[in-house]
Write a protein that binds this ligand. Sequence first.
Ligand code: PLP
Length: 389
Amino acid sequence: MNATAGFGTLLEEELAALEAAGLRRACRACDGPTGPRTRLGGRDVLVLASNDYCDLARDPRVVRAAADAAARWGAGSGGSRLITGSQPPHAALERHLAAFKGTGDAVVFGSGYMANLGTVAALCGKGDAILSDALNHASIIDGCRLSRAAVTVYRHGDMDDLARALAAVRGARRVLVVSDAVFSMDGDLLDLPRFLALCRAHGAVSMIDEAHATGVLGATGRGLCEHFGCGRPDVLMGTLSKALGSAGGYVAGSRALCDFLRNKARSFVFSTSLPAPAMAAADAALAALEAEPERAAAARGNAAFLVAELAARGVAAATQSAIVPIPVGDEAAAVRASERLLAEGVWVPAIRYPTVARGAARLRASVMSSHTREDLAFAAGAIARALRG
Ligand SMILES: *Cc1c(COP(=O)(O)O)cnc(C)c1O
């Protein structure tokens, strides 16, 4: 056996182990645009799996902006912004994001993942301390690891535990406290007023990840600060790839913060900037959201309606956002329920370890502004049947 064959065997064995544990995953073929309905695995399905909460990915204004930008600026940007230059669509989007979030500036990254990775690792290093919620997104966790700072993980959503952890920090140069705004697998919210008060009291830098908050929370979809009507954290991170219907990530904050990240965040410095069509699409999506803020409330209202329809069928679920997790527990049972739903033409993915803890598998429905009440009532019935097996 040569070395390459040995390597292949090793990978096959690891995949077989995943399979045996009910944890092997695959990308299903999706033969249609994202939206409340599409074709998945060769069948027409009602989709409760997209983060395109406000239906902006296929919005004609957004699509047109992307097409026009491709024609004018090209399909690729040619290099990183520090080397090749910053095209007008990038600067325009950053100004627009800063205005939308009410900050001095904003900086765009290749993805939300890259924004978290680069920002956390740029803000903290050896000798610093990071306090991170137990259910934070993987990109925050990876940024913490990359930073080589001392990381304390506090209990999910537990501000008393965060207070204890802050009081226990000794001799750190800088302290960063970081949390999802909407927790991506549970749909619950950070208690931002208490979070900010604790950070202020301890002189810590505050950072929130608004991947599932922007376009969903607050009267006009501006996110968690608008939802609570409170002040802003030092660092507001978000993504362009969910409610903003495009691709990319961003950080909004002071001009000093954004300039610092343009100099120090390695995922910004050492990566080709996103193509202009993605920038122009996100810019147009922001404008659409500003013109039609009711989209955010529609997505939230649909999620609340789905929760009520599930409850009426004896299925317990809760949400404070557009994400509706339906607890199952066992990994294989969650996958079976998801397969049964797909057979009924409803796509609700099963979420398992390592995305959530072992034994905490669930169905995770995400709801869009364009789902109809009939869609959601039908989905609730199908979910209840799938869980009864
Ligand atoms: C999706 C997500 C990200 C990553 O954003 P991408 O643009 O998809 O890379 C980061 N944080 C949270 C909480 C997310 O849900």
